[in-house]
Design a protein around this ligand. Structure first.
Ligand code: SF4
Ligand code: SF4
Length: 77
């Protein structure tokens, strides 16, 4: 299983709370940027960012390798 996070930019204020609280450094808040970014593969799915974001701007997803295989197969056709 792979965990990834995605951002709904229209809901994000760039407050940086998610970056401060992520225990695995999967989210960073570059000072010159409007939105957080990061290495989504470092996400462990702990859901802290989802629970603590005041604006519900982050979603964390779990992707099964089988599902990824099916997506790739569909794209290849
Ligand atoms: S905590 Fe929410 S609103 Fe704040 S930077 Fe993170 S995603 Fe954006
Ligand atoms: S779910 Fe946890 S590990 Fe993943 S980005 Fe959010 S706080 Fe970081």
């Amino acid at each position: 299983m792979t965990w990834v996070w995605t951002l709904q930019e229209g809901d994000c204020t760039g407050c940086g709370i998610c970056a401060d609280l992520c225990p695995h450094e999967a989210i960073h808040m570059p000072p010159e940027e409007a939105y957080p970014s990061g290495i989504v593969d470092l996400c462990t799915g702990c859901m802290i960012c989802v629970k603590e974001c005041p604006f519900d701007a982050i979603t964390v997803w779990q992707r099964a390798s089988g599902a990824e295989t099916r997506v790739l197969a569909a794209t290849a056709r």
